[in-house]
Write a protein that binds this ligand. Structure first.
Ligand code: AMP
Length: 215
C-alpha cells in the first residue's frame, strides 16, 4: 500500500505505520526518524536540522525534499510505503505531487488521524524513545513502559525523553502543526484522496484503513 499518514504529533502515525508494515511488507518512512538518525550520526544534514528540531520548528522544505527524493527511489519502496510525518507543509505536498508523477507512483490514499488535544498532550509528555538511532522504539511511562526502567527491551540502549518532548516544545510543535500542517487536510480533500479517521486506538485506525482499502 502507498499511504500518507497525516495527524498531529502524538496522533499515533508511527504506531499505525508500524502495524501496517506487518500487513504487506510496505516500509515506514518517518522523516522525524531519518532526521534524528542524521543528528545522532553528526552528518551535515543532522547539524543543519538539529536547531530547528530542538525548538519544535520545521526543518526547511528543501532539506526534506532532498531526503524524500532519494528515499522514495530506494528498492524497498517498491512494495509500498507509509509516509509518517511527511508532507508537513503545502509546499512539501505540492513538491511530493510533482515527485510522484515523475517517478510514476500512485498513492492509494491519505489518512488523517484525528485525536483530541488532551490525549495528544498526555501521550507526548509521557512518551519515551530509545536513543539508538537504528532502533528508536517508542515506549510510554504509563501505558507501555520498558520491562527494565530506562532500558530498551529491543536493543538494550537507554530510553529517554526526546529534547522536543518538553511541555514548551510540545506546545510549539502543536502550534506549528495547526498553522503549517493542518491545511494539508483541505489540500488532499480537494484532490479527492482524503480519508479521515477519528480514534484514539491504533487498532481501530488500522481496521478503518484496512476496510477502506478492502484488505
Ligand atoms: P516527528 O518525529 O515526525 O515529530 O518529527 C520531529 C521533528 O523533525 C519535527 O518537529 C521537525 O523539526 C522535523 N521534521 C520531521 N518531519 C519533517 C517534515 N516533513 N518537514 C519539516 N520538518 C520535519
Amino acid at each position: 500500500m502507498k499511504l500518507i499518514l497525516l495527524g498531529a504529533p502524538g496522533a499515533g502515525k508511527g504506531t499505525v505505520a508500524k502495524m501496517l508494515t506487518a500487513l504487506d511488507g510496505s516500509v515506514q518512512i518517518s522523516t522525524g526518524d531519518i532526521l534524528r538518525g542524521a543528528v545522532q550520526a553528526g552528518t551535515d544534514l543532522g547539524k543543519e536540522a538539529k536547531g530547528y528540531m530542538d525548538r519544535g520548528d520545521l526543518v526547511p522544505d528543501s532539506l526534506i525534499m532532498g531526503i524524500m527524493e532519494k528515499r522514495l527511489q530506494e528498492p524497498d519502496c517498491a512494495k509500498g510505503f507509509l509516509l509518517d510525518g511527511f508532507p508537513r507543509t503545502i509546499p512539501q505536498a505540492e513538491a511530493l505531487k510533482v515527485l510522484l508523477n515523475k517517478l510514476n507512483i500512485k498513492l492509494d490514499m491519505v489518512v488523517s488521524i484525528d485525536v483530541p488535544r488532551e490525549v495528544i498532550l498526555d501521550r507526548l509528555t509521557t512518551r519515551r524513545t530509545c536513543e539508538n538511532a537504528k532502533c528508536q522504539a517508542i515506549y510510554n511511562v504509563k501505558s507501555n513502559p520498558p520491562k527494565k526502567e530506562g532500558i530498551c527491551d529491543k536493543c538494550g540502549s537507554p530510553v529517554v525523553q526526546r529534547a522536543d518532548e518538553t511541555v514548551e516544545a510540545i506546545s510549539h510543535r502543536l502550534e506549528t502543526y495547526n498553522q503549517k500542517t493542518a491545511p494539508l487536510i483541505g489540500f488532499y480533500e480537494k484532490e479527492g484522496m482524503l480519508h479521515s479517521i477519528t480514534g484514539t486506538s491504533s487498532d481501530a485506525v488500522v481496521n478503518g484503513i484496512k476496510a477502506h482499502l478492502k484488505i
